[in-house]
Ligand binder design. Structure first.
Ligand SMILES: [Zn+2]
Length: 85
């Protein structure tokens, strides 16, 4: 995923291991440079992560954006929850 982000110039992806897993994007192609509009707007990235992780893990995954340049944060950050059935 890190390479994919690099190749397609989506931003610099950092994976922060832990529970919950966190994925951070610096220089997010979607929203870096936007003014603070008080919203988190990277639903494309959240859906991308959820789809990739669901396929890798074969489990349902919920991804929520918890930080975003568009809400004044210094990166976009996503919290990943793996849902056990
Ligand atoms: Zn964002």
């Amino acid at each position: 995923m890190i390479e994919f982000f690099e190749v397609y110039k989506l931003g610099i992806l950092e994976i922060i291991e832990g529970i919950p897993l966190r994925l951070r994007i610096y220089e997010c192609a979607n929203c870096a440079g936007l003014p603070n509009i008080g919203k988190k707007i990277c639903c494309f990235e959240a859906g991308f992560f959820a789809g990739v992780l669901k396929n890798i893990l074969d489990k349902d995954v919920r991804v929520v954006e918890v930080k975003c340049y568009a809400s004044g944060d210094d990166c976009c950050e996503f919290e990943v929850r793996i849902l056990d059935k």
